[in-house]
Design a protein around this ligand. Structure first.
Ligand SMILES: Nc1ncnc2c1ncn2[C@@H]1O[C@H](COP(=O)(O)OP(=O)(O)OP(=O)(O)O)[C@@H](O)[C@H]1O
Length: 589
């Protein structure tokens, strides 16, 4: 509830910012509606009593008052419903942006591999609209409770015992809260299956994966897997909804029986002259209205409960973000970084038990080209991730010019790095944007983009495109599609956008290139290195023709550094490197 109140305040502030006049108007109308409905009920009593007393003036006044009160209540309700919807939609957009911001702002990638984090994101993503309406739901609940209170007060003016009718509201409210809790538990248990179903669905509709699925003839299998996840999800939800409906029906049955008994007692009291017929009309009107009010209270309490659950996810994610941000380094990177050291670095992926890197000691000096070599799964890419600050080591330290990387502002450090990777992201934007995104400050700098395109040799493809650099690279949107190698060369151009990085990472960025293109790329990066004396180049490659040129070659096996030195010294040592080199050389012969 504490979370909800906090968030309700937050959403009220957001809706106030979205439209202060509309927000104030909604609040005022909700309160006015409550008063109008109570006045309408009272007017009915006055009408009947005035009719019995034959006082025409009082009858007319009560009828006019009742009519005005009813019209104000009904019109207010209609206006509020429309305004609320509009406000909630605007707040929903802002909340979605906040949630996305929390997820993308985090310094490392660790959270994106935690099932509990991802489940929360899915659950919250489906309920931001409920969150957006939290403030309004609280207002509605308050208004419904005030309405119920007013009705009960008016009933007790007829006879104090009738005030006890309010107790009848408790079973439906309590049962509906139980039902809500039940449904929420089911949603939470189904979140992982929901993600799995969505992912399998995505595999089936994306051209790249769909092609592979068809080649393997595995459409049915993927469908079956998705069906299993979906069925599990549906079964859980249906079971929870049936149980929840059972709770709710029980609550309303208790209410109905109690209400019928109260009516019978009131009718009996008219018979013995204890109350007037006008009072009986009031009891019937208020009693019927009470049911509608309790129903409204139950529905808004349910809305509040849903918003409370969403608020819990929101607060969990926000606290996660705050804790991560509080422990993040803030020390700025002021000048070029000339030395990167790894001291006793170990790393285990979140949720895993076996370390992927073990006790790695390594120094990368300014101007050096360092090649990482090793069999598949040796830990090369993981090492790159630690150096670019995507993960914190679980043991040991990474030092930048003697300062622990964890103390340094991660964004500042990443701005001093550039990278091209084997499985580079296909940014399905225009060519200019897909390249320019490599240096956000210059995403609109046509000259810098052109320079990167020309330098990496993709001008030959780009200039043939119908709209040149403005061509959209997305077939599904009517644009153009690149080949695998062309996409990889585009990623190299993107990496080229950073003008003077301290560290450039090339993690098998030429794996999809033809030999000539690969040669051109290496010549380009060699030129870049010689023009930038302080630049550290970290190269991950399985191609020894490239690796042998490096100043320092580091051989990883099962996450540990087993050898390091120049090509010559490692060949002479006759260890892992010499063996790997020899086997590749033989294949070429
Ligand atoms: N996100 C992850 N979560 C858990 N384990 C991972 C993750 N990424 C990689 N691993 C594991 O870490 C080990 C090292 O992977 P890494 O990608 O660093 O190897 P690599 O040397 O770059 O391999 P390759 O030559 O195949 O690219 C592997 O055993 C892999 O299963």
């Amino acid at each position: 509830m504490k979370h909800l109140l906090h968030l309700a305040r937050h959403t009220i502030v957001l809706s106030w910012r979205a439209d202060p006049k509309a927000s104030a108007f909604v609040g005022a109308i909700v309160l006015l509606e409550v008063g109008a409905l109570a006045l309408f009920a009272l007017a009915q009593r006055w009408v009947v009593d005035a009719a019995f007393d034959s006082t025409v003036l009082a009858l007319a006044a009560a009828a006019v008052l009742g009519g005005v009160a009813y019209s104000v209540g009904a019109a207010g309700n209609r206006v509020v419903v429309n305004l609320q919807q509009d406000l909630a939609e605007r707040v929903d957009i802002t909340l979605n942006q906040e949630v996305l911001g929390i997820t993308t702002r985090l310094r490392t990638l660790e959270h994106l591999e935690r099932p509990d984090y991802l489940d929360r994101v899915v659950l919250l993503g489906r309920s931001t609209s409920e969150l957006a309406a939290a403030g309004i739901a609280l207002c509605r609940t308050a208004s419904a409770i005030i309405s119920v209170g007013l009705s009960v007060f008016l009933l007790s003016t007829v006879h104090p015992a009738l005030g006890l009718l309010v107790l009848l509201a408790l079973p439906p409210i309590y049962m509906s809260m139980l039902a809500q809790r039940h449904r929420e538990r089911a949603r939470r248990r189904a979140a992982t299956d929901e993600r799995r179903d969505a992912r399998l669905h995505q595999l089936a509709i994306e051209a790249g994966s769909a092609q592979q699925i068809r080649v393997m003839g595995s459409e049915r299998l993927i469908d079956d897997w998705a069906d299993v996840a979906r069925l599990r999800l549906i079964r859980l939800q249906v079971k929870a909804y049936l149980a929840a409906t059972g709770w709710q029906i029980t609550g309303w049955m208790i209410y109905s029986v109690g209400f019928a008994a109260a009516l019978a007692i009131a009718a009996g009291m008219v018979g013995v002259g204890a109350i007037t017929l006008g009072s009986l009309v009031l009891v019937v009107t208020l009693g019927t209205r009470l049911r509608a009010e309790v129903r409204r209270a139950v529905s808004s309490i349910q809305q509040v409960a849903r918003a409370a659950t969403a608020a819990e996810h929101y607060v969990w994610l926000r606290d996660f973000d705050r804790a991560a941000t509080a422990s993040a380094g803030t020390s700025p990177v002021t000048g070029p970084v000339g030395r990167i050291e790894l001291r006793g670095v170990s790393f285990t992926y979140p949720g895993a038990t076996v370390p992927v890197l073990r006790d790695v000691d390594l120094t990368l000096e300014a101007g050096q080209t360092v090649a990482l070599v090793g069999l598949n799964g040796a830990g090369k890419t993981t090492l790159v991730k630690l150096l670019t600050g995507m993960y914190d080591p679980t043991g040991g330290t990474v030092l930048l010019d003697g300062r622990p990387i964890s103390e340094i502002d991660a964004e500042g450090w990443r701005r001093r790095t550039s990278g091209a990777f084997q499985d580079s992201t296909r940014f399905k934007t225009t060519v200019a944007e897909a390249v320019g995104i490599g240096d956000l400050d210059r995403i609109d700098d046509a000259v810098a983009i052109r320079r990167a395109i020309d330098a990496t040799g993709i001008d030959v493809f780009v200039d043939r495109l119908p709209d040149g650099v403005d061509t959209l690279l997305d077939r599904s949107m009517g644009g153009h599609e690149f080949s695998g190698g062309q996409w990889q060369r585009l990623a190299l151009a993107r990496a080229y956008m950073r003008e003077a990085p301290d560290l450039q990472v090339l993690d098998e960025p030429t794996a999809a290139l033809d030999p000539q293109a690969e040669h051109e790329v290496h010549a380009l990066y060699a030129e870049r290195t010689s023009n930038a004396p302080g630049l550290i180049t970290l190269l991950v490659s399985h191609r020894f023709s490239t690796v042998r040129m490096a100043d320092l070659i580091v051989v990883l096996r099962d996450g540990a550094v087993v050898e390091k030195g120049s090509h010559r010294s490692l060949i002479e040592a006759g260890g892992d490197y010499a063996e790997l080199y020899e086997s590749q050389a033989q294949q070429y012969q």
